[in-house]
Each structure stands twice: as structure tokens, then as C-alpha cells.
Design a protein around this ligand. Structure first.
Ligand code: LLP
Length: 418
């Protein structure tokens, strides 16, 4: 694994190559995302290896980064996919993920999305409400197929994370709470041949720093699994979700394989060791291996405050504005040094602020925003008339693929034509 680093002269590198060289090789302006595909593949392989001989698979949460190059790298390294829309499902299939390794979550799956999932016979449509059950059964009947499904359980577990990314408490819109499970089992029974209940799933939230809350929600799933088995229903898998955190420069977190090993230990302890384990990591497979490169456009000193205005904004990377997230920002050409500058984007919102960063006495021309491989480009917008950024994919220390920014011209034409 490699991702971001610095060479002997202090210049920022990605996948072992100087970023400024990669940028010249790719011929892109700024802002631009750069990803280390080898590191993504390594992280995937490492997580798959944590399963040992136990049955199961890694279903990469495609929402973290939907780029074909990324999904292909994950698939070639042995990963599957967790998708939440027909669009993501098509990307996963198109990138070579076999239907056997695809699960689909989402609280409002539309009929065409269900039809696509059922038509391809994906591993499981994860049902998020009792009311969704007859809808999926009806779509399967219309297609003359049996839909393989799982019930997503809302485990009612609180996690120590930002409220926007906690999903497993009982006021969240996700999943079926324990008291509604008997009704859900009955509804599945009425689905008869149209539905095959193969698994139970959950996802407690994002940015977990230890397996403790993961195991807490897993216990709820295990007890439902035992209950189902007691009723004579066979089950093939449990999907315990994703949420493995990464270190954004604040505090170390437990590595993803520790979550898989802990989950396998729990399944064995609960007498469910024959069930396949599915996990749905997004962030941990891509975030540390992507950066956003931006140019310094303007500086301003006012009183004691030093402002540094860059050409990447909340439209390119919304995490700081939306969750108060911190992404380390450093010069590309040299190591970070005092003093700190308040780095902000160009967007006309006060929340377009990336915080204080050690850019040095004299501002660099180009900076790098670290750990931006997940929920960066996928959450980007064209707000304030700013086109989507370029993306550069690096493999073997070389530019393997460039996805160019559509550019301002295209944006202007589209808006004028609207
Ligand atoms: N499975 C399900 C059902 C999910 O909803 C999610 C994320 C994942 C798996 C993957 O979680 P991860 O391993 O990436 O934590 N935009 C936010 C994160 C939102 C996560 C939404 N669901 C951020 O930038 O922090």
C-alpha cells in the first residue's frame, strides 16, 4: 500500500511518483483528484485475506467512489459491490463485478432499479422496510423470477460519529427495527416463491474507530439469525455493513481487517460460523489513497489572520462544510511548515472553509488536500458555476487513465440551454 507520501526532497508523492510529475503527465489543470489504484487493490486484497478460509466477501460500498477504474481495481482484487441505485449497479456490473457479489441497499428503490437487480440475479436486495417486501415480491412475480433478499435490521445502536453518518439508531430511516421483524418474516412468507430470504444485514454508521459498535449491532443481527433458524428458515449469510474508519490525521483507528476478524469471531461464538460474512466498506478502501490537488488563487491578511484562497471548494470536496471534517492540506512542492493559513474555497458560503493548515511563510502555488479518495468526487457539484474536477488514476507509478473536467464551456452551454 502506498497512497500519499513525500520523496527525499520533501515533494508530495502518490503511489511513489511526485505529484507534480503525475500532473504534467496527465495534462490536467486544478482542481483535480488523483488516486493510487495499486493501493486500493492492496487494501482490498488485505481485507479479503482477513477472511482466511471463512466463507464471505467484501462488498465495496461503491458510493464512496464510483469511478470505473476504482471499481475495476476492487473487483480484480477480489471485491464485490454494495450499490444503492440502478446507476451504481450498472457501474458495478460494467466494471466486472459478478452479480453473485453484489448487494443492493437503499430505502427508496424504484421499480426500474428493482427490476435491474432482480433481472441480473444479484446476491441480495437488502429490504429496508416491511412495506417494501410486497413491492419487491410483485416486481419479481412480474418478471417471473425469484428475488434473493435480505432484511436490513436497524440495530438501535448509537455510535460516536457525526450525526449525519450514524445510521443504526432507531430514529434513522434505515432498516427494520427488532420489534417489526416478526411482521417482516410473515410478509416474506406471503412472498412465497417470489422471494428467497437468504440473509440478514445491517449498517450501523460510518467512521467507526473500533469494532465495538460494529459487534454490538452484529449481536442484534445474530440473535435475529438464530430466531429465524429456530423457525426452520435456512439462511446463507449475514452482512454486517461497512463503516470502518480511517485516520484523517487526528487519531489512529483500528485497521479494517480487525473488524472482519472480530466479526468472524463473533459468528463462531454465536454458533453461526457456517454463515457467510459480507462486509460493506467504502471509505477505508479508497479515502487514504486519493488526494485533491488545488492551486492557490489569492491570499489575504486581515489583522492577525492569514487567508489562503484555493481553486477547490465545497463544490469539489463537501466533507468539511457538511460534517466539519478535517482534511490535511499541505504544499505539493515541500513539506508542511509554520505558519498556518486559513484555507478557504471560492464558493460564496462561509462554510466553504477547510480550516487552518501549515502552508509556510510564503504560500506555495499548489496544495494537496489529503485523504480525499472517498466521498470527494462522488459528492461534488457544479455549485457557483464550477465544473466538476478532473480525475487522474495512477497505477504502477504511471498515469493509467485521466477523466477530464467537462470544463466551463460545457457548463455554460448547458445552463444557457436550460
Ligand atoms: N453500507 C451502507 C448501507 C452504507 O450506507 C454505507 C455508507 C456504507 C456501507 C459504507 O460506509 P463506509 O465504509 O464508507 O463508512 N458521506 C459521508 C459518509 C456517508 C456514508 C453513507 N453510507 C462522509 O463523507 O463521511
Amino acid at each position: 500500500m502506498s497512497g500519499f507520501g513525500r520523496d527525499g526532497s520533501g515533494r508530495a508523492t502518490l503511489g511513489g511518483r511526485a505529484l507534480f510529475e503525475l500532473r504534467a503527465e496527465a495534462g490536467v489543470g486544478t482542481p483535480a483528484y488523483f488516486y493510487d489504484l495499486d493501493a486500493v487493490a492492496d487494501a482490498t486484497r488485505e481485507l479479503c485475506a482477513a477472511f482466511g478460509a471463512a466463507p464471505g466477501f467484501v462488498a465495496y460500498a461503491v458510493k464512496a467512489n464510483t469511478a470505473g477504474s476504482i471499481v475495476r481495481a476492487v473487483a480484480q482484487a477480489g471485491g464485490g459491490a454494495d450499490v444503492v441505485s440502478g446507476g451504481e449497479l450498472r457501474v458495478a456490473l460494467g466494471a466486472g463485478v459478478g452479480p453473485e457479489r453484489i448487494v443492493m441497499s437503499g430505502v427508496a428503490k424504484q421499480d426500474w432499479e428493482l427490476d435491474l437487480a432482480i433481472g441480473h440475479g444479484i446476491r441480495a436486495i437488502q429490504l429496508e422496510s416491511v412495506e417494501e417486501i410486497p413491492r419487491v415480491a410483485a416486481r419479481a412475480r412480474a418478471l417471473g423470477k425469484t428475488a434473493r433478499v435480505s432484511l436490513r435490521i436497524n440495530p438501535d445502536v448509537e455510535i460516536d460519529s457525526h450525526a449525519h453518518i450514524a445510521t443504526g439508531h432507531d430514529e434513522a430511516k434505515f432498516g427494520i427495527v427488532a420489534r417489526d421483524l416478526p411482521t417482516a418474516f410473515e410478509a416474506i412468507g406471503r412472498g412465497a416463491t417470489a422471494l428467497a430470504l437468504d440473509g440478514l444485514s445491517t449498517h450501523v454508521g460510518s467512521m467507526l474507530t473500533t469494532p465495538t459498535p460494529y459487534l454490538e449491532s452484529a449481536r442484534v443481527v445474530c440473535s435475529a439469525a438464530r430466531e429465524l433458524r429456530a423457525r426452520g428458515k435456512p439462511l446463507a449469510f449475514v452482512d454486517l455493513g461497512g463503516g470502518f474508519g480511517i485516520d484523517y490525521g487526528g487519531a489512529p483507528v483500528e485497521p479494517p481487517p480487525a473488524f472482519v476478524r472480530a466479526a468472524l469471531g463473533l459468528l463462531a461464538e454465536q454458533g453461526l460460523g457456517d454463515l457467510a460474512l459480507v462486509v460493506e466498506p467504502g471509505r477505508s478502501l479508497v479515502a487514504p489513497f486519493g488526494v485533491l490537488v488545488a492551486s492557490v488563487v489569492q491570499s489575504k491578511t486581515s489583522g492577525t489572520r492569514r487567508w489562503c484562497m484555493i481553486d477547490a471548494g465545497m463544490n469539489d470536496l463537501i466533507r468539511p462544510a457538511l460534517y466539519g471534517a478535517r482534511h490535511r492540506i499541505e504544499p505539493v512542492e515541500r513539506a508542511p511548515s509554520a505558519p498556518e493559513w486559513q484555507v478557504v474555497g471560492p464558493v460564496c458560503e462561509s462554510s466553504d472553509d477547510f480550516g487552518l493548515h501549515p502552508l509556510g511563510g510564503e504560500l506555495p502555488g499548489v496544495v494537496v488536500l489529503r485523504d480525499a479518495g472517498a466521498y470527494g468526487f462522488t459528492m461534488a457539484s457544479e455549485y457557483n458555476g464550477r465544473p466538476l474536477p478532473a480525475e487522474v488514476f495512477v497505477a504502477g507509478g504511471k498515469v493509467a487513465h485521466v477523466s477530464r473536467s467537462p470544463g466551463v464551456e460545457a457548463w455554460v452551454e448547458r445552463r444557457l440551454g436550460a
